[in-house]
Design a protein around this ligand. Structure first.
Ligand code: PHE
Length: 373
């Protein structure tokens, strides 16, 4: 399947690992394309179209190994299947990863996006996309020129729903409130210490909401510029990246990369709950049980971070106003999370398992659209 890697010839081992990833996957298919002019590889992973065409963001970044890009696409696509199902929306799960070979200038980047748009158009009806890590609403405008009506999250000027980050952040904030209420009772979040890992587009909005409700916010980031801004201008306490897991806080909110909850980090956690926006926070399914055993309440990521996806679909295909989208995001996240925490308690299962069961039930039933979600 793979003839060449970003750096030149794909070693046999890498090729084998990629073949294994595809064979072992429980999804439907992976579209693979090598973009010759830029050297980028494109993976569009289609996990499930049971509830409708696959809808998922386009992630664009550099990966040190090509197989990591494929695996990212596959895992993120599965997450989207559960995200749409849990939200009660008719969408299948998919995700695109554009693995960059080298940094591109603006023009190269735009032409890569146009060629990617053509690829999406050719598979019309299978995959629709939107912004994700490394892509913006402006990028969506470019892709949509080649793939009209297959792209969510274009700029407002182009008639799209714009940047989903404020909706995603509102959903995470709601998940934090719901979790705090369960753990700390009526006082909820007020006065609680929340550690936000990653002050990117979503983390930044979340920090803003938390500051508005009397929380003590700690943050961590790897970008010097972001650290300076939040520490100096906003006066927030900075936690160096290597100290994040052992820093005592009430709730840890991972809003950067995936896989942060693993065998190695979970024993170090000093928090009562993990509620954040990153996709694929658990490195492996067993990590849900590890958290439970340590008495750390975990808000399943595909529920906590579903706000942006719910809002864009609602605004762009159902005619919701931005206010209505906000209201629906809050209700969907709160209702789902309360149900998940209840089920996990009653049945003695992890919250991740409870969330997957909820989503799977909706998939198996071919669930009708949840109109008042
Ligand atoms: N990429 C975002 C997510 O993971 C949002 C998104 C919105 C993706 C709409 C696709 C379509 O939820």
């Amino acid at each position: 399947m793979i003839q060449q890697s970003p750096g030149g010839g794909t070693g046999n081992t890498e090729r084998k690992l990629m073949d294994e990833l595809i064979k072992a996957w429980d999804g439907e298919c992976v579209i693979v394309s090598h973009d010759r002019p830029s050297g980028a590889w494109i993976f569009i992973a289609i996990h499930s179209t049971k509830l409708g065409p696959a809808i998922g963001g386009t992630r664009m970044k550099h990966y040190s190994e090509l197989k990591d890009a494929l695996e990212d696409a596959q895992r993120l696509a599965a997450g989207m299947t559960y995200k749409w199902a849990a939200a009660g929306l008719r969408g299948g799960g998919g995700k695109a990863v554009i693995a960059l070979d080298h940094p591109l200038d603006q023009q190269e980047r735009a032409s890569l996006l146009r060629r990617y748009g053509t690829l999406v158009r050719k598979h019309r009806g299978l995959f629709l996309t939107g912004p994700d890590l490394g892509t913006s609403s402006e990028d969506m405008d470019i892709i949509a020129q080649e793939a009209p009506s297959l792209v969510f999250g274009r700029t407002l000027e182009a008639g799209g729903g714009g940047n989903p980050a404020p909706f995603t952040a509102r959903g995470i904030f709601t998940a934090l409130e719901t979790t705090a209420q369960r753990l700390f009772g009526k006082g909820g979040l007020s006065g609680k210490k929340i550690l936000v890992q990653g002050a990117g587009s979503v983390g930044r909005e979340l920090i803003h909401l938390l500051q508005g409700c009397g929380c003590e916010v700690l943050f961590s980031d790897i970008e010097e510029e972001t650290v300076r801004l939040h520490r100096n201008e906003k006066g927030l306490s900075f936690v160096p990246p290597e100290a994040v897991y052992e820093t005592a806080c009430d709730i840890f909110a991972p809003c950067a990369v995936g896989g942060v909850l693993n065998e190695e980090s979970i024993p170090r956690l000093r928090c009562r709950a993990v509620v954040g926006g990153a996709n694929n926070q658990l490195a492996a399914p067993e990590d849900a049980r590890r958290l439970q055993d340590r008495g750390v309440l975990y808000a399943p990521d595909f529920v906590a971070n579903s706000g942006g996806a719910i809002a864009l679909i609602g605004i762009e295909t159902r005619g919701w106003s931005r206010e209505e989208a906000m209201r629906r995001v809050v209700k969907a996240v709160r209702d789902n999370l309360e149900a998940i925490y209840r089920t996990a308690d009653h049945e003695g299962i992890s919250t991740d398992e409870a969330a997957r069961r909820l989503a799977q039930r909706r998939i198996d039933e071919g669930a009708p659209e949840n109109e008042d979600s």
